[in-house]
Design a protein. Structure first.
Length: 335
């Protein structure tokens, strides 16, 4: 009898140890939320690859965040030295293109209510908000399948978040389309929690570059217009019907007209550098295109990238479709 009691107690201990060694999904998500979301601030660096065009585009991302609402996101295109910054400070939300000496100001609550895969606090909120969240346990990492909160972006509603078991920090995020194909991948190179910056460190004026670099960027801008950009669409009943190149006051503008069920007009021209560093009010709301922020209204969307200013106008496209077109734009021939 004594032997049986001993064996029973040993069995109970083994069961309890096994149970303790295997954390539940709820426990892991709670730990992630506390670690990522409750830190006073952080700095991180990451590599981002966007695969929605003909060729993958690679970007370096640097993020500062200081609670409660200060953000600085610096996105630089690899091999091009072209940088765009998204800044949130006590005055509002700004999109800064230093090489063009341009700053756009939005009246917005960005990044709330939308997924931002390179902002780890928002990433933790995505997982906590998803009632259908799934977790797979690997040898050295947890892999979560979570819904994004990008309600204004079609086709990219799912993300795979890989979290290191030992450090409980994110390793990478893959954002998938409806076919389960990776559209955006973010690899976290370094994450430092508990790092904060003073309010003045988020002042937009700190991010303007010198005039020599602006002039160099202007030269690059003019050469970029030698190649036309096109949206890569899979819409059966919308086709490119006209392409015009117009030159006014020495500025070349390309106008593409698409007709059909989802008709729209797509314009592009060199982004012109300005001498003033004062913020320009951007109409509409900021819209995340993955590689940067656009200004969107009910009937138009505009943004700058690679030294080019882009504008899409339509009375037939929804906001979601405007974003879909803008996010697909790439240089090269029309498919």
């Amino acid at each position: 009898m004594h032997f049986r009691k001993v064996m029973f107690m040993i069995g109970c201990c083994v069961f309890l140890l096994a149970a303790c060694g295997k954390a539940s999904q709820e426990d892991v998500v709670q730990k992630i939320g506390e670690k990522w979301g409750e830190t006073k601030g952080y700095e991180l660096t990451a590599s981002m690859e966007i695969k929605t065009g003909n060729e993958p585009r690679a970007y370096d991302v640097k993020v500062w965040h200081t609670k409660p609402d200060f953000y600085r996101v610096e996105v630089t295109a690899e091999d091009e030295d072209i940088t765009q910054m998204i800044v949130r400070n006590e005055e509002g939300v700004f999109v800064v293109t230093p090489a063009l000496s341009k700053t756009y100001k939005f009246q917005s609550d960005w990044p709330k209510q939308n997924s931002q895969a390179y902002l780890i606090g928002a990433l933790a909120e995505d997982m906590q908000a998803d009632k259908g969240l799934q977790m797979e346990v690997g040898e050295d990492a947890y892999v979560f399948t979570a819904a994004t909160r990008n309600t204004d972006k079609t086709g990219m509603a799912t993300q795979l978040v890989t979290v290191d078991k030992k450090s409980m920090l994110p390793k990478n995020v893959a954002i998938l389309n409806e076919a389960g194909e990776e559209q955006i991948t973010i690899t976290f190179n370094d994450v430092k929690l508990g790092v904060t910056h003073k309010a003045e460190d988020y002042a937009v004026e700190k991010f303007q570059e010198n005039k020599e670099k602006e002039a160099a960027s202007a030269d690059i801008t003019n050469s970029e217009m030698l190649q036309t950009y096109y949206p890569i669409l899979r819409w059966d009943h919308t086709k490119l019907v006209d392409s015009q190149t117009i030159r006014e006051d020495g500025v070349e503008r390309v106008i593409l007209t698409f007709e059909g069920e989802k008709a729209f007009t797509f314009m592009q021209q060199p982004a012109i550098a300005t001498e003033s560093t004062l913020p320009v009010f951007a109409p509409g709301d900021p819209a995340d295109l993955g590689f940067g922020i656009a200004a969107i209204t009910d009937h138009s969307i505009s943004w700058e990238r690679d030294g080019i200013a882009f504008f899409i106008a339509s009375n037939k496209l929804t906001r979601e479709e405007l974003i879909e077109v803008a996010a697909s734009v790439t240089s090269g021939e029309m498919k």
